[in-house]
Ligand binder design. Structure first.
Ligand SMILES: [Zn+2]
Ligand SMILES: [Zn+2]
Length: 320
């Protein structure tokens, strides 16, 4: 049996209809994908920043078709790192750093922009009934936003700056706001900032950032200008959280980091259960983030749209 999917090869994305429906190996489940979200990482893979050949996509909601009894016909989301369970990182309880990992739609594992995917059973989390399929598509990026709170402890005394009002910046801002910290979000897009203002979050343009005024800054732009703003905002002994990857090499004034004793923290995948709980409790508002939803058969158009300026989340719908 063949299935449709978006296949990346040599920086070219194509809609294929001749892909094989995968057979789940032992320990894995077969998931029929309902919806998936296009993320900046997908766009970076398309542009060739990392080598990858195969089906793209890692943010999804699906229904289990083959797997353990208790999951059959359940709506699920899935953690994207498939790990060995044996290496030093797995044994230390840091599986997202597994030395032998494959990553859904990113490293050596076919992704979610297709009618079916396979993932280890342990990666799957049932979606609470009151969470819509559309909202659940955001579980993975919400989890990534929540990773910041696993790495840095925040209190209402902390002045926190988020740089970037894009897809990730919006989720980072919404999740940080829930901690009660003193938050400012800066970006370049009035409409995107207005989404946050509507939730009572302070926003501004880059010139609203006072130098050395913040305890923590979170860089969500992936560009050198964003990094520069996040850096200059920090007081000595402040913490700079890097939430975005960078297309090229970033050049920075390392001496100033030494002199000011700045802590740099890279931040990637985060906790799914906490993300699902926020969704179930309606603590994040995703509606303003959704720009459009395309059927999989129009996936190439969806990607074009996702790359246009000012566009937030573009979703793909798999079932016909
Ligand atoms: Zn992503
Ligand atoms: Zn491992």
């Amino acid at each position: 049996m063949a299935m449709k999917g978006l296949w990346l090869e040599n920086n070219q994305l194509q809609l294929r209809t001749d892909l094989e429906i995968p057979e789940p190996p032992p320990g894995e489940a077969l998931v029929r994908v309902l919806r998936a979200g296009i993320c900046n990482t997908d766009i970076e893979l398309l542009r060739g920043y990392y080598p990858y050949t195969g089906i793209l996509g890692h943010e999804f909601v699906g229904v289990v078709e083959q797997g353990p009894e208790n999951l059959i016909n359940q709506r699920v989301v899935g953690e994207i790192n498939a790990v060995c369970g044996k290496c030093r990182f797995c044994r230390r309880g840091q599986p997202t750093h597994c030395e032998n990992r494959t990553v859904l739609g990113i490293v050596n594992r076919h992704g979610a922009f297709a009618e079916y995917l396979c993932l280890p059973i342990e990666n799957l989390h049932p979606v609470p009934e009151n969470v819509s399929t559309e909202a659940a598509t955001f579980t993975e990026p919400i989890a990534a936003a929540l990773e910041i709170q696993q790495q840095v402890s925040l209190s209402s005394d902390d002045r926190v700056l988020v740089v970037g009002d894009g897809k990730l910046g919006q989720l980072v801002a919404q999740t940080l706001a829930l901690t009660g910290c003193d938050l400012l979000v800066v970006g370049r897009h009035q409409q995107k900032l207005a989404n946050l203002e509507a939730r009572g979050i302070k926003t501004g343009l880059a010139d609203a950032v006072i130098d050395s005024a913040f305890d923590i800054s979170v860089e969500c732009t992936g560009n050198p200008e964003g990094f520069a703003i996040a850096r200059r905002a920090l007081r000595p002994r402040g913490t700079l959280v890097l939430k975005s990857t960078y297309a090229g090499k970033l050049s920075l004034d390392a001496s100033s980091l030494v002199v000011d004793e700045i802590t740099l923290i890279g931040s990637r995948c985060g906790p799914f259960p906490a993300a699902l709980e926020l969704l179930a409790n309606g603590k994040v508002d995703l509606q303003p983030l959704i720009h459009a939803c395309y059927p999989l058969s129009q996936g190439l158009g969806a990607f074009e749209n996702a790359q246009s300026r000012g566009v937030l989340k573009v979703l793909l719908e798999m079932s016909n």
